[in-house]
Design a protein around this ligand. Structure first.
Ligand code: HH2
Length: 280
């Protein structure tokens, strides 16, 4: 299986790819306010690359439950200086975490290679056409509703089946828009319109998503469902995050969006060494 992201290409099976998070926001649930100044965000991105991130994910809008939407102007004001500052300074692909096609377009012009779209449940196809025209990779993430409404009363009859059907439908629509299968990454959207039970079920059935034939991205890093289970505060959720990463790695996930890059890389390499010894 191949993943194409403009001039970058990853061939699977391969060691899991760690995507380092840089939130250029005042209100992200874990690192909000830490990297609002462009210099600090750039330094953070360079540090995550040194720690082993193979993708850097830059975002200018928090999507935590009930977060306030950010205007186009404000989101651009946050991410553009960081994208400019990183251009030519990193060897790894840059991903833009945005729901706005206008932001995605500017980011592509500044060298981004991946569109990380938590709003893939919308009907409008502008974002998909951008992926088609640019040849960028496209992260198709499942969300119920919007960040403002998603945690109101999440309800599914069969959460794994419903997320799987969402991916099948979106894969068809993406291909209809001219996106190649090789450009697509799927992500069950942990915490996006899901209860603790839903999140655990989705993670437990990672193999079902991996069976769809596209790389699976998992974003559990420091999320609140870990606290619900383990009663830890944000920033203290590393052990729970690593357990989820290793367990889902074992069941076919190929990319991990994380805050704690160095620790996650080490935990994944250990998991992969064990997996490799299973058969010889
Ligand atoms: N989670 C968050 C943001 N973007 N993208 C993908 N593909 N998958 C995810 O699970 C995902 C995501 C939320 O986490 P974070 O960026 O740390 O927080 P916030 O939205 O508050 O900025």
């Amino acid at each position: 299986m191949i993943l194409r992201a403009r001039e970058f290409q990853f061939t699977f099976p391969r060691p899991a790819i760690v995507m380092g998070i840089v939130n250029v926001t005042p209100d992200s649930f874990s690192d909000g306010g830490h990297y609002l100044e462009p210099e600090r965000a750039i330094e953070r991105a360079l540090q995550l690359e040194r720690e082993g991130a193979e993708i850097l994910d830059i975002g200018g809008e928090s999507t935590r439950p009930k977060s306030a939407p950010v205007s186009l102007e404000e989101e651009l004001r946050r991410v553009v200086p960081v994208l400019r500052g990183l251009a030519g300074r990193v060897r790894v692909p840059i991903s833009i975490d945005t729901m706005k096609p206008e932001v995605a377009k500017v980011a592509l012009d500044l060298g981004a290679s991946i569109l990380n779209d938590v709003g893939a449940n919308r009907e409008d196809d502008a974002m998909w056409r951008l992926a088609a025209v640019s040849g960028s990779a496209y992260v198709c993430m499942h969300m119920r509703g919007t960040p403002q409404t998603m945690q109101a009363a999440p309800d599914y009859v069969d959460v794994v089946g419903e997320v799987e059907s969402f991916f099948l439908g979106r894969l068809r629509r993406l291909i209809d828009c001219g996106v190649l299968a090789d450009q697509i990454i799927i992500d069950p959207g942990i915490g996006f319109g899901k209860t603790l039970k839903h999140n655990l079920r989705l993670l437990a059935h990672t193999n079902r998503f991996a069976a769809l034939g596209r790389p699976v991205l998992i974003g559990v890093s420091r999320k609140s469902f870990i606290e619900k289970l383990l009663h830890e505060q944000a920033g203290d959720r590393l052990a729970g995050s690593l357990a989820c990463a290793c367990w889902t790695r074992e069941r076919g996930a190929g990319l991990f969006r994380v805050h704690d890059v160095a620790e996650t890389v080490r935990a994944l390499r250990m998991t992969e060494a064990l997996e490799a010894r299973r058969s010889g």
